[in-house]
Design a protein around this ligand. Sequence first.
Ligand code: AMP
Length: 275
Amino acid sequence: MVIVRDYESFLVERQKLQGSIGFVPTMGALHSGHLSLIKRSKAECDNTIVSIFVNPTQFLEGEDLDKYPRKDEADKKICQLAGVDILFMPTVDSIYSNDELVIMAPKVRGFILEGAKRPGHFDGVLQVVMKLLNIVSPTHAFFGKKDAQQLALISQMVKDYFMHTKIVPCDIIRDEKGLALSSRNVYLSQDEYNRALSLSRSLKEASYMFAKGLSDVTIIKEKMEQVLLESVDTLEYVAVVDRTFKPLKKVQQDNTIILVAVFVGNTRLIDNIWL
Ligand code: AMP
């Protein structure tokens, strides 16, 4: 595995690779969720490139940019053991310049749910993903369904801008108790961790209700809110949307995503389920 930190050195290494290129962009502090994306890339592509870049433009004022977990040495070992070909760890200066041309999230899908709670977040995500996809020029890029709205917007960007990468959605990886893995889980105390389990519990409850034949979104949301409000500190949203992120009144088989966002203590957590 080679590790590179700037665009020019990256290109030298990239040009040596032949065949299909799988790309897994991350912000580091790698866990089994990230690893599942890397394994999928290894299984489906001839070469695998991982990036680790804590992208400043997707953090809002007052968010956790400065204390976002950084575990460079452990991350390098994980990538090495996983058989990654190139690990790209660029500096902020090598990615951004002043007075840049910007790309913006679309008006409707970009400004609901995560986009409404974190205005500007998706502009930053799309900006960095556009840059990384252009630098890496992968045949395939692997993204987690955990960040479902991000995945939808990136897929839209790739389509709208005629980019040549196939976006591959990957399943959410959870711990043994059901908590969706996230680099931010390290912020949770034991008590907060226990309370955070209500996210997956509420989603399980929703899928159970649907499996029993109930599809009314109002009733499903009420039940989920009840489960969540017993445990979390702030419930930001429970949403039931179709795959294009249009709100639904009735759950539709194979075309529904149920999403939740909460604060447990000072930690913001999101989770979702695809029905
Ligand atoms: P991040 O480092 O948080 O920016 O995540 C990098 C990629 O890993 C994104 O595509 C995420 O959706 C994905 N990811 C994060 N957590 C999980 C998880 N628990 N299961 C599957 N994919 C995940």
